[in-house]
Design a protein around this ligand. Structure first.
Ligand SMILES: [Zn+2]
Ligand SMILES: [Zn+2]
Length: 129
């Protein structure tokens, strides 16, 4: 939001998902979040970044990075099953440049939230990498 942190992302994301998990709800204050996974070798990030690390439901570390000035949630790294940096798609300069192709962690979906019926749905993220 404050532009202190900038990204350069080369090429297309490996995937773009709507994530309805409880941790995304807590981290963003929303019903779900839209995330785009980029191979870390195609990612350049500049600017001051803070992070908060938790243990994910598969037991690995999950670090959520945010801007220490404006508190925008930026991206996630950690013991992910793949060398990925996972961006909050709303923070891209052009958020319309990516489109979700699946809904994950629908087991945690809030009663009032909506899932595009065109998207395949998965209870967690198993087999989605
Ligand atoms: Zn999530
Ligand atoms: Zn900021």
């Amino acid at each position: 939001m404050c532009q202190a942190v900038r990204y350069e992302l080369e090429g297309e994301p490996e995937w773009v998902w709507q994530c309805y998990c409880r941790d995304c709800q807590l981290a963003t204050g929303t019903g779900h979040t839209t995330i785009a996974g980029f191979h870390k070798d195609r990612v350049t990030v500049s600017g001051p970044i803070a992070n908060y690390t938790t243990t994910g439901d598969t037991g690995g570390r999950v670090s959520r990075h945010f801007c220490p000035t404006c508190a925008s949630r930026l991206f996630t790294t950690g013991d992910l099953p793949g060398p990925l940096t996972i961006f909050q798609s709303g923070t891209l300069d052009d958020p319309n440049s990516v489109t979700p192709t699946a809904a994950i962690y629908v087991k945690d979906k809030l009663a009032w939230d909506y899932i595009d019926p065109a998207l395949p749905q998965f209870p967690g993220m198993e087999d989605r990498y």
